[in-house]
Design a protein around this ligand. Structure first.
Ligand SMILES: [Cu+2]
Length: 125
């Protein structure tokens, strides 16, 4: 009888580490999958400040799916319009207002109110 109990005890002792290994390996796989999923779903938010009659930065590197927010911190109204027709065109941004666009492609743009001096570029990486 004592031998039987000892054998059972050894089996139980061996069983727990095996169960522990299985329980640990499963979440690790899930975690790796989640991290990959998160990387695909995370997009940056970039800001272009409009001030002193300029877009700052004038040239911005972006990744497809990134959101670009233009914030008018100047004293007068501005717009954000792509040179390429029908790509994007903000409403008039009064001082303090902002406008955003989700990037799908590279684009050069300008302010329709100050087209000579206010020019910017978004370069898709
Ligand atoms: Cu302007």
């Amino acid at each position: 009888m004592k031998i039987l109990v000892a054998v059972l005890g050894i089996r139980v002792c061996l069983l727990f580490p095996i169960l522990f290994l299985f329980s640990c390996s499963s979440p690790n796989k899930k975690s790796t999958a989640n991290q990959t999923e998160m990387k695909e779903n995370i997009h940056k938010v970039d800001t272009v400040t409009i001030n002193l009659m300029k877009f700052n930065p004038e040239v911005l590197d972006v990744t497809k799916g990134d959101t670009v927010i233009w914030i008018n911190k100047g004293l007068v109204a501005h717009t954000v319009k792509s040179y390429q027709p029908d790509k994007f065109y903000s409403d008039t941004l009064q001082p303090g207002q902002m406008w955003k666009w989700v990037m799908t492609d590279s684009a050069a743009y300008y302010c329709t109110i100050h087209p000579v001096t206010m020019i910017g570029k978004l370069l898709l990486k």
